[in-house]
Every structure is written in C-alpha cells, then in structure tokens.
Design a protein around this ligand. Structure first.
Ligand code: SF4
Length: 95
C-alpha cells in the first residue's frame, strides 16, 4: 500500500490497538504519514492483562507490539487499519 496524505482533521479519532491480536509485524508504523505509531516491547503489567491466547501469541512473537505514540497527530486516514495483517487496529473517538 502506498503512503498518502490524510485530509481528515487530526485529534478526533485515534487508533486503538488490540494487544491480544497485535504480533508486532510493523506494517502500520511506516505506512502512517504522521508517525503516530511505534513498535516497542510490551511491559509486564500490559502482558499480565492479555488473554491466555494473547499471552501465548505474544510469547512466540518476542513481546513486540504496536503502540500509539502520538495520538493527537492521527488524521484518521485508516491506512494502518488496512495494513495490519492481524486486524488488530481500529479507529475510535478520542476521549
Ligand atoms: S489512521 Fe493510522 S495511518 Fe492514518 S494517521 Fe491515524 S495512525 Fe496514522
């Protein structure tokens, strides 16, 4: 998928990442035109909150996950949602 500029106003929607589904495969990070997402290692507290299946999946994938580093920069273009092979990202209203 090709990178494109998003025309949506930022700050209304933000990506929500299901850490039980995310396998840290990273296509969401480079495709985002606004550098909203980053890959880092899940911490112990976050790991403890995963489902049993999520823990198994995470254990075998090196504990790397996508996280929302700059929520205010999201323009809701949906590129990351389409790029995720695990369907782990959705856009939700910002609180
Ligand atoms: S929807 Fe995804 S790809 Fe688009 S700006 Fe927001 S975080 Fe980046």
């Amino acid at each position: 998928m090709k990178k494109q500029n998003c025309e949506e106003e930022s700050g209304k929607l933000v990506p929500l990442i299901d850490l039980n589904k995310c396998e840290g495969k990273t296509p969401c990070v480079p495709i985002c035109p606004y550098n909203v997402l980053e890959i880092r290692e899940i911490n112990d507290e976050q790991y403890a909150q995963l489902s049993f299946a999520g823990k198994i999946k995470t254990f075998f994938n090196g504990k790397k996950k996508a996280f929302v580093a700059k929520p205010d920069a999201c323009h809701a273009c949906g590129l990351c949602v389409s790029a995720c092979p695990e369907k782990a990202i959705k856009l939700v209203k910002k609180n």
